[in-house]
Design a protein around this ligand. Structure first.
Ligand SMILES: Cc1ncc(COP(=O)(O)O)c(C=O)c1O
Length: 414
């Protein structure tokens, strides 16, 4: 009997955040074991609530949500996004250049599908949020990675980005604040990256879904304002800042000189129309989310849960003989690594498996974020602080066992 073969196109596509390790964790849970999960940036799963006024906005508009809406999103949602982007200094924005989608995820795919010819190249950060790589490949593009190394505070090097530009390069993707590293890019760095995009006529795609999740006064600089009249797509959404992942609402706005992106805009509109519209119901939450008083500060300021979780991670890493980290300036992650002097032979994927099997903790290894030969682990800052303390105790136990196992080998070699 012949089997149904999937598209060969999927061969290179990965999403390990919900991949093999997660399946193994589910099997353990099905067998009655408890697994502490730090694998996914899903605030609602860790007791964070969507602000009540967003729920109420949706509830009061249920009857207005029964028909297909405009393919680019509800007028009132797009007007609120325009107001936010203009207040941030974005150029050339109006409701025709804003698209609301079923999460930023859908729009990442749409933005690349409207752009790429087979073989076109996209400059992506390594590590990246892996949907960006997957969507590039699925749309017949080729990822080219610029590094965001720990020794450079996980910031990209604009010279390295420029050195990767070739005749087929079409776009530079930035994730700021960054998943998985938590890096927040300074304005001067963004100016240099915009200059690269200008010199080579590249579209800027900036995933700013964590734009208001910031710690210790770290400033966030929206890319659109720096890009000015240069074509730039900025992405935002309800999932993280507004703790509403399940609502599936994201948006993208196309800034810069409208004459340069008229055809690209039309291509986006066509693709948006082919899927009719985004979920209408949840779009009613966009206006209050963007125009009413922000709610994220109480979580990121001292005494707030995200603030305290980040503090616990930093304190435990500082006290650990094995770990090091660059303090995240934003987002809901930390990306510590196992120091080469403490454990020279370290494989992040093998470690993550061992941590799950021996201690019931699920973490995503750095290699899952398109990072070669990684010694990194991605933590989410979402668990209760007490649970994070327990996670570190378990990590230290596994690392301690690995160090003890490595010792006789080391002395034999010596
Ligand atoms: C950088 C980044 N972009 C996009 C997304 C997807 O967001 P959404 O829930 O809006 O689809 C995530 C989710 O974790 C993310 O971390």
């Amino acid at each position: 009997m012949s089997s149904i073969e999937p598209s060969a196109h999927l061969a290179e596509v990965r999403y390990e955040i919900r991949g093999a390790l997660t399946r193994r964790a589910r099997e353990r849970e099905a067998a009655g074991e408890t697994v502490i999960k730090l694998n996914i940036g899903n605030p609602g799963r860790y007791g964070f609530a969507t602000p009540a006024h967003l729920r109420e906005a949706i509830a009061s508009h249920l009857v207005d949500s029964e028909a297909y809406g405009h393919e680019q999103g509800l007028d009132e949602a797009r007007e609120a996004i325009v107001a936010q982007q203009r207040a941030r200094g974005a150029h050339g924005i109006d409701v025709e250049r804003v698209f609301v989608g079923n999460g930023v995820s859908e729009l990442i795919d749409l933005s690349l599908r409207a752009l790429l010819q087979p073989g076109d190249e996209v400059l992506l950060p390594s590590p990246d949020y892996p949907l960006w790589s997957a969507a590039t490949l699925l749309n017949h593009g080729q990822p080219r990675y610029y590094r965001c190394l720990a020794q450079n505070a996980h910031l990209p090097d604009p010279d390295e980005i420029e050195a990767l530009v070739g005749p087929r390069t079409r776009a530079i993707v930035l994730i700021n604040p960054n998943n998985p590293t938590g890096a927040v890019y300074p304005k001067a760095l963004l100016e240099r990256i915009v200059a690269v995009a200008r010199r080579h006529g590249l579209l800027l795609l900036c995933d700013e879904i964590y734009d208001e999740i910031l710690y210790d006064g770290t400033p966030f600089q929206p890319l659109a304002a720096v890009a000015g009249d240069h074509p730039c797509v900025s992405f935002g959404g309800l999932s993280k800042v507004h703790r509403a992942c399940g609502y599936r609402v994201g948006w993208m706005s196309l800034s810069g000189d409208p004459r340069r992106t008229a055809d690209y805009r039309d291509a986006l509109q066509l693709l948006a129309a082919l899927r009719l519209c985004a979920n209408v119901t949840a779009q009613w939450a966009v206006r209050p989310a963007l125009l009413d008083a922000p709610t994220i500060g109480e979580l990121t300021a001292p005494g707030g849960r995200l603030h305290d979780a980040r503090r616990i991670v930093l304190d435990h890493v500082a006290a650990s003989p094995y770990l090091d980290v660059v303090a995240p300036g934003g987002a809901i992650y930390a990306f510590p690594w196992v120091r080469a002097d403490a454990l020279p032979q370290f494989d992040d994927t093998a470690f993550a498996l061992r941590l799950l099997d021996e201690e019931g903790v699920l973490l995503v290894p750095g290699t899952s974020f398109n990072l070669a030969a990684s010694r990194h682990l991605r933590f989410t800052l979402l668990p209760e602080p007490a649970q994070l303390v327990e996670v570190f105790a378990r990590i230290d136990r596994v690392l301690g066992r690995m160090a003890a196992e490595a010792r006789p080998v080391a002395s034999a070699v010596a």
